[in-house]
Design a protein around this ligand. Structure first.
Ligand code: PLP
Length: 398
């Protein structure tokens, strides 16, 4: 018989020595169904993508209709393609006017790279500031911003110069100076251990960027589209960035990213030289059709309100578990971190919870923190199922 798992390990490039390796047969709502007949509650939305759960009928219908119209037709930016235009217009309608010009990409990292190029071209400067613990993707530019030297150092010279500052420390923002093209920041650090900065820090960051003429870039790849209890993370802080980077849930389950800013900023890519930033598949019509349907559902159902409600319940119940191995539970909406006393405890907790049918994972740059990011549509019974599994897993760690 054809051994899928063996061929997965034999032919696909591996990213670690210990992949979860579940054989996914199909997915529906908040659940993943495997070939062995088991099902798992997708408590990370794989990761941060399936905000509407899996198999939303409006998204599937939009994909089917677009597939019948056309797939790829031309590199991004040449032909007028309805799916791209309609998504961009809808997105512009929910973003502040200064973020109304949208460049569509394939992924989050590609959108980060685009934002870095815009900032350099617009300011005529070379330097970047990013923050300890941050994650912006794994292409060489995005990785250079990454806030964990363990991941950067094996790859030699990456794009520079990048200055890393401590996340959340307003006093350090003076180190942003007029050599800096852009400051790239997550409004809530996800891979950094679900860290939530203060209003003071974010306000100070906006003021400092204005003082020195640096471009303030918000990476909302994970925090966008309702995940944190607002449509976008920046809304929590009363700060509007100069560029916003989106991906993950943007494509409704298909690959799609975007960087958005003012006409003046994004317009720098259209000349000197023209075609200095192009992409074959960026803004693929299928992804845009899925993304528009997903955005329409998100807006109609006000899913950010649901994220806030379900997130508050989940955080309160997790705090009630009060296990001695846990240091803290924190989060915004349905982006939640559980901090343990030691990395080994976090890893054991993840393994035990998955054994009980709930998929969770730890964070890349904070080994003691486990991240929860279920679909925003998660139901009460599903929350109960997850809490029961996590409670049992904690008891087993004692
Ligand atoms: N930025 C953040 C905050 C992310 O979480 C990620 C991916 O996890 C990225 C950027 C990179 O996105 P992609 O994996 O689509 O390149």
């Amino acid at each position: 018989m054809h051994d899928l798992k063996r061929d997965f390990l034999r032919y696909l490039a591996q990213t670690s020595d210990s992949p979860i390796g579940l054989e996914i047969e199909r997915a529906e709502g908040s659940w993943l169904y495997c070939s062995g007949g088991q099902r798992y509650l997708d408590f990370i939305s794989g990761i941060g993508v399936s905000n509407l759960g899996h198999g939303n009928p409006e998204v599937l219908g939009a994909i089917e209709r677009q597939a019948k119209r056309h797939l790829h037709a031309m590199v991004y930016g040449e032909y007028v393609q309805r799916a791209q235009v309609e998504l961009a217009a809808r997105l512009a309608g929910v973003l502040p006017p200064s973020l109304n010009r949208i460049y569509l990409t394939n992924s989050g990292a590609e959108a980060i790279e685009g934002a870095m190029k815009v900032a350099r071209k617009h300011t005529g400067r070379a330097g970047f500031v990013a923050f300890d613990g941050c994650y912006h993707g794994d292409t060489t530019g995005a990785m250079a911003l990454g806030g964990n030297p363990v991941f950067r150092s094996p790859f030699g010279t990456l794009i520079g110069p990048v200055r890393h500052l401590p996340y959340g420390e307003a006093g350090e923002l003076r180190r942003i100076d007029d050599s800096i093209a852009a400051v790239v920041v997550e409004p809530i650090q996800a891979e950094g251990g679900v860290r939530i900065p203060s209003l003071d820090f974010m306000g100070g960051l906006r003021r400092r960027c204005d003082e020195v003429g640096a471009t303030l870039v918000f990476d909302e790849v994970l925090t966008g589209f309702g995940r944190t209890g607002r449509l976008f993370g920046f809304e929590h802080f009363g700060v509007v960035p100069d560029l916003i980077v989106l991906a993950k849930a943007l494509g409704g389950g298909l690959p799609l990213g975007a960087f958005c800013g003012s006409d003046q900023r994004i317009g720098t890519l259209a000349h000197d030289p023209p075609l200095g930033h192009i992409t074959t598949f960026g803004g693929h019509p299928l992804s845009c059709a899925a993304g528009l349907a997903a955005l329409n559902v998100t807006l109609r159902e006000k899913l950010w309100e649901r994220a806030a409600l379900q997130g508050a319940k989940l955080i309160a119940s997790l705090r009630d578990l009060v296990a001695e191995q846990m240091v803290a539970v924190r989060g915004m909406g349905l982006l939640i971190g559980i901090e343990f006393r030691a990395p080994a405890l976090a890893q054991a907790f993840v393994a035990r919870t998955i054994e009980r049918g709930v998929i969770i994972n730890w964070t890349l740059n904070a080994e003691r923190v486990v991240r929860l990011a279920p679909p925003l549509t998660i139901g009460d019974e599903e929350l109960e199922f997850a809490l029961h599994a996590m409670g049992e897993a904690l008891r087993e760690l004692r």
